[in-house]
Ligand binder design. Structure first.
Ligand SMILES: Cc1ncc(COP(=O)(O)O)c(C=O)c1O
Length: 316
């Protein structure tokens, strides 16, 4: 029986969910697993430049794997003709700035999965299996969306997120440093989970956000950095009109020195992804990028005050 009355629950607005038509799941990696299982693939072609947790489903399902490189524009260095019927090519929409490359890859390969974990706002292409991970863009501890036409014939348990909120609340009430270990705990608790449906609280938070406003801030902040750093950035962008980036990727010689300096100044620039230094050799683009890329924050928490502070630190 429904409960009526009593104390309140956390109050959130509703009616705004961005990926309304998608399947709601617990994590990006489990969305990836969902497709691999539903389509019964036997082998995955996977970029060297990605997060190690993407291997979880491949090991779980005991699939074959072959890694591929990308060029300096993030386009795969790959002979697409070799992908067979039961094999699939995984492409990552890096930093949310590779929408035009997704379209190019789509035309080349018979079986494709698009990893939009870094491109929450990028709409899926009809008929292409595509997944998203919400916590890379918003203050939620988990949650993923999946677009596919092939449904998995399996009952899924619903996830619960109640034990993964401490770092999110701590980040608001105190600071990131004091709650970094709690963030890691929450992150670790996502490892090796079964495919579940999205928790109620994560879905409610995702239903409450002002997506348009967030997108505008992210694009504006990205443009700020592009205007001042374009000339010295070793990456060239062709940002599509509607793309909403995750961070501003600033790639410079000896970027790791600048990165350490920024971190000392409490400007946290994440490394995408430490595992790539183990998977590749120093002569590769991916190794160099992992070591020297500055992932400058451009998200909805920030405006010109923080951006100018980052700019000042970069100049010094
Ligand atoms: C590119 C990319 N894809 C997928 C994932 C997995 O997402 P989730 O943590 O929601 O499983 C991550 C990071 O965790 C990622 O960086």
């Amino acid at each position: 029986m429904n409960e009526i009355g009593g104390f309140f629950g956390l109050e959130l607005s509703s009616g705004n969910e961005y990926h309304k038509g998608a399947i709601r799941l617990n994590t990006g990696r489990n969305a990836f697993e969902y497709i691999l299982k539903a389509k019964n693939y036997s082998k995955v072609y996977m970029p060297y430049f990605t997060c190690s947790v993407m291997l979880e489903p491949i090991h779980k399902l005991d699939l074959d794997i072959e890694f591929y490189h990308v060029d300096a524009e993030f386009y795969p260095k790959f002979n697409f003709d070799k992908v067979q019927d039961k094999e699939v090519f995984l492409y990552t929409n890096y930093f949310g700035i590779c929408d035009h490359l997704v379209e190019r890859v789509m035309k080349k390969v018979i079986n494709l999965i698009v990893d939009n974990s870094q491109a929450f706002y990028s709409k899926p292409i009809n008929g292409i299996d595509t997944f998203y991970s919400a916590r890379k863009f918003f203050g939620v501890p988990d949650g993923a969306y999946l677009y596919t036409e092939t449904l998995l014939d399996q009952e899924l348990e619903q996830d619960t997120s109640i034990n993964r909120f401490e770092h999110l609340i701590g980040r608001v009430e105190t600071n990131a440093k004091s709650y970094y270990s709690k963030f890691k705990e929450s992150d670790n608790s996502l490892k090796n989970q079964p495919i579940k449906t999205m928790s109620i609280i994560t879905q409610k938070i995702l239903d409450s956000l002002n997506y348009k406003k967030i997108a505008n801030v992210r694009r504006q902040n990205f443009e700020f950095f592009e205007n001042i750093l374009k000339e010295s950035n070793m990456l060239n962008f062709d940002l599509s009109k509607d793309s909403v980036p995750m961070i501003y990727p600033y790639f410079v010689d000896e970027g790791y020195r600048l990165k350490n300096k920024l971190i000392e100044e409490n400007i946290f620039v994440a490394t995408y992804w430490p595992n790539v230094l183990k998977w590749t050799t120093p002569d590769t683009f991916e190794f160099n990028l992992t070591q020297n890329l500055l992932s400058l924050p451009i998200d909805q928490r920030y405006d010109s005050t923080e951006l100018l502070q980052i700019k000042k630190n970069l100049k010094e």
